[in-house]
Design a protein around this ligand. Structure first.
Ligand SMILES: Cc1cc2nc3c(=O)[nH]c(=O)nc-3n(C[C@H](O)[C@H](O)[C@H](O)COP(=O)(O)O)c2cc1C
Length: 438
């Protein structure tokens, strides 16, 4: 079923999409990708319609400040011509870090973030730079050993990281304190020179886990209002610092492709289908509370990475043709763009399409299904992908990401990550060390 990406022509790709039962429009007119996009209620403009997704490198200093490899990564990606750079997951609390290499923003390391924003602005010649703020919830390993902060016990997610039944669920008092921490982190991001702060709610980190806390007693569980409370309160706390030069953004996952009641957005009778009732309501509330930019995503990279980032090689054989995953991502973005047009929406799902990604992006954007196309693994492998698309009208097939999942394999070992295939001088030795290969 999954022979991997082997298409030499657009006709072959289109035929494979048809065989998989999905629609994959491709447009030869790439001019729409050059379109700048102003974010509503702000003076901030995406320089073009190609963006860099947040991509963790796990290369911070012990205190969470950006390290030399962080500066290198962001500089390479920012200098590649993309219209907006979204800087990776940055913890707002020490106990919410995924590991010792994850960025953490704090008063005493703010100079490092100032330097990071400056490097990104200079290298990108003024593209907006967003900082992603997060709490890693059940995936927290602040000292490189699991210290899960869980909103609820979830047997499905326990498959990814076993958590015993006696492990405590996070208290209401702990959650009460989080909005202020996100607010303070947004304030620091602004002071550091970023153009916006992302209050992250996806991938089964703490805020997205809370969206499914149906059985949790008290003010953070049960009703929709309770389950979205901390996320919306955190948006409001961050939005205090919003102005024409600083936007509130969100990496938001409306659907986790995990059966009800363990995953958000799934149809109760058919987890393959999205029930948009709650995601739409929440997305509208995000807008009403100040969010004007969203980088959408689906699934959880820990549980179903094939949903989150279609790949050829990874931890398991994808259970569906990758093109079905690509179409799911495109269709979900189209739904969101229509539901709340005032939020500038970045779509995803392009990297697996390799050299045909520009034509797919042009088709989605010109149809109004998204405002921009975001690239994650492609930006690791081919940091100047945007320049080649915009100036040469094509991607070089020898430089594209081959979706081999090596970047994730390094990351899961909590080592500094990047692309060991295309950036091999730096990351091949890292991979060998991380995976214990000689
Ligand atoms: C190594 C790696 C690191 C990532 N780090 C983040 C992150 O910090 N924040 C986030 O929201 N998503 C993160 N992602 C997910 C990507 O932003 C993106 O959604 C995913 O790779 C799909 O896009 P792509 O197909 O263009 O790669 C990461 C993915 C990978 C492979």
């Amino acid at each position: 079923m999954n022979s991997g990406f082997h298409f030499k022509t657009k006709a072959e790709l289109t035929a494979a999409a048809e065989a998989a039962g999905v629609d994959l429009p491709l447009s030869d007119d790439l001019s729409v990708l050059k379109t700048p996009r102003r974010i509503e209620d702000s003076d901030i403009t995406l320089k073009n319609s190609l963006t860099v997704h947040p991509m963790e490198g796990f290369d911070s200093g012990p205190d969470g400040a950006p390290g030399e490899l962080t500066f290198r990564r962001i500089k390479r990606m920012a200098s590649g011509g993309a219209g907006l750079i979204w800087v990776e997951a940055t913890a707002v609390t020490e106990d919410g870090r995924t590991n010792r290499g994850q960025l953490r923003i704090a008063r005493d390391n703010l100079d490092g973030f100032k330097q990071l924003a400056e490097i990104a602005h200079e290298a990108s010649d003024g593209a907006p730079v967003i900082l992603q703020l997060t709490h890693s919830g059940r995936f927290s390993k602040p000292d490189n050993t699991p210290k899960p902060v869980i909103a609820m016990h979830n047997p499905v997610m326990n498959e990814t990281m076993p958590i015993g039944p006696s492990w405590p669920v996070v208290t209401n008092e702990y959650l009460d304190a989080l909005p202020d921490k996100f607010g303070e982190a947004a304030k620091m991001a602004k002071e550091a020179g970023f153009d916006g702060a992302d209050v992250k709610c996806c991938h089964k980190y703490l805020f997205s886990e809370l969206l499914c806390a149906y059985d949790r007693p008290g003010r953070y569980g049960g009703s929709f209002e309770n389950r979205v409370r901390v996320f919306l309160d955190s948006i409001r706390a961050a939005a205090v610092y919003r102005d024409s030069r600083f936007v509130i953004a969100s990496r938001f996952g409306p659907y986790e492709h995990i059966p009800f009641p363990w995953g958000f957005g799934a149809d109760r009778n058919d987890p393959e289908k999205i029930d948009w009732t709650e995601p739409d309501k929440l997305y509208q509330l995000m807008y009403e509370n100040g969010v004007r930019l969203c980088d959408m995503t689906l699934g959880s990279p820990y549980y179903n990475p094939h949903v989150n980032r279609p790949y050829d090689h990874g931890g398991y054989e994808p259970p569906e043709p990758q093109l079905v995953g690509v179409a799911r991502l495109f269709d979900a973005a189209a739904h969101m763009k229509k539901a709340v047009p005032g939020i500038t929406l970045i779509g995803t799902g392009y990297t697996w399409l390799r050299r045909f990604a520009p034509e797919a992006a042009a088709a989605q954007i010109s149809a109004g299904h998204a405002d921009a196309a975001g690239f994650g693994r492609m930006a690791f492998a081919y940091p100047d992908f945007a320049r080649d698309i915009l100036e040469k009208g094509a991607l070089d097939p020898r430089k594209v990401c081959v979706t081999c999942s090596k970047c994730t394999a390094i990351m899961r070992k909590m080592h500094a990550t990047g692309c060991p295939i295309r950036d091999r001088e730096v990351y091949l030795p890292m991979m060998k060390e991380a995976l214990g290969e000689s």
